[in-house]
Unconditional design. Structure first.
Length: 398
């Protein structure tokens, strides 16, 4: 199974512009709890942000950069985005900035207005330095269960009509699928449906929030085993579904204990008010319970004292010993913003374990997938892949 490739192997600096907090949709699993039609980034804030980023070469000395545009729905602000991108390109050229030869504009869009003239003109102008992903959750039933308009109507039809155009412009384009408790029964058929639509790279994950019910992990495992059978038996194993990976479900490599799963602190986000955040998940519209964690602004720059705690984050500073010693710790993900929002205090050093049982179920299905694939290919089964049913994560012992 082909692995999804990351531009510049993930070493580029990621700068996120929250250009709007508005969206056509009110997706039921969306972590953006504070979306609204009021907060839209002014041009002056965007200009100041670009100037600060390009002038502080000591702090922003990464070889490459990704300018990431999000909302809400970013393409609702296509005029502003076009102006930002033009300004960034001109300034990088005039300053002979090292990013001019290594930059990318990145979008994750709901795809509803992808076909519109201004958006297509922007894509044509910037295509060589552009990454665009359209979010489609799978079958109509799964997609319309969560990804709905403000009047409750499903958005599947308006999104899927733009998929052929998108794949024509971005062959090999990837989509991102989100799983919550209600849509577990649709996982297998949805992944297969996306493959049939021509989307052969599917990044898929469970929500990190505490939404899981008693038997969800078993239902999840059953769906993934069904998917494994379908992919291997019917020729889909050359496609990429991120639920199946050779690199998960093992004890944690001790050399990785001083690494953080999440990039919070290494990334930077800026909102309409010009405030800087270590990640967009620390902006107020992303938080249910906690106050935003602002680390600076476009006028005064980054406050290193506010940023410093995020630079000390690793597996050991925020995980319990049970998580560190877990037999299937590798590949168990977390979101730094959710850790903060779900914590008992304002700490960023308390890891949320809401997806623990779901990770265990994924590991069991993942082991099934690879052992079956190796047998079909007449390869020796991998000894480091545990047999389904042997997963034991101390965090969730009852």
């Amino acid at each position: 199974m082909a692995e999804s490739k990351v531009w510049q192997e993930g070493r580029a600096k990621n700068i996120t512009f929250i250009v709007t907090k508005d969206c056509q949709l009110v997706c039921k699993y969306c972590y953006l709890v504070g979306k609204n039609i009021r907060e839209r980034m002014p041009w002056e804030v965007a200009r100041q942000a670009i100037d600060y980023l390009l002038d502080d070469s000591r702090q922003f000395n990464d070889e490459s950069v990704i300018f990431d545009f999000i909302g809400g729905e970013p393409f609702l602000e296509i005029d502003l985005i076009d102006r930002i991108c033009d300004y960034a390109k001109v300034q990088m050229f005039e300053k002979n900035h090292h990013w001019f030869n290594s930059y990318r504009f990145n979008f994750s869009t709901n795809g509803i207005n992808y076909h519109e003239k201004k958006i297509q003109q922007f894509i044509a102008k910037n295509h060589a330095h552009l990454s665009v992903g359209i979010t489609i959750d799978g079958t109509r039933a799964k997609h319309d269960l969560n990804r709905v308009y403000k009047n409750g109507k499903g958005s599947y039809g308006d999104v899927v009509r733009n998929v052929p155009l998108w794949l024509e412009q971005f062959p090999g384009g990837a989509t991102k699928v989100t799983i919550s408790s209600a849509d577990i029964p649709y996982i297998c058929e949805s992944v297969l449906h996306l493959f049939e639509l021509g989307i052969h790279t599917i990044n898929i994950n469970c929500v990190f929030e505490e939404v899981w019910n008693g038997k969800d992990d078993q239902l999840f495992e059953d769906q993934l085993i069904r998917l494994a059978d379908e992919m291997i038996d019917h020729g889909y194993s050359e496609y990429h579904c991120s639920f199946f990976s050779e690199y998960i479900g093992k004890p944690l490599d001790r050399k990785l204990q001083n690494q953080n799963w999440c990039g919070a602190g290494m990334m930077l986000a800026v909102d309409a008010a010009g405030n800087f955040y270590p990640c967009t998940r620390f902006a107020q519209y992303s938080l249910r319970e906690k106050e935003a964690r602002i680390i600076g602004n476009v006028r005064d720059g980054i406050d290193r004292n506010r940023l410093r705690p995020f630079l000390t984050l690793d597996r050991c500073t925020q995980s319990t010993q049970e998580c560190i010693d877990c037999d299937v710790a590798s590949g168990c993900a977390w979101c730094q913003g959710e850790n903060y929002d779900a914590a008992a205090t304002r700490t960023i050093y308390q890891r949320s374990t809401a997806i623990c049982k779901m990770h265990q179920a994924r590991v069991r299905a993942n082991n099934y997938y690879w052992n079956k694939l190796f047998r079909k290919m007449e390869m020796k089964p991998r000894p480091d892949l545990y047999q389904a049913g042997e997963v034991n994560c101390a965090t969730c012992r009852k």
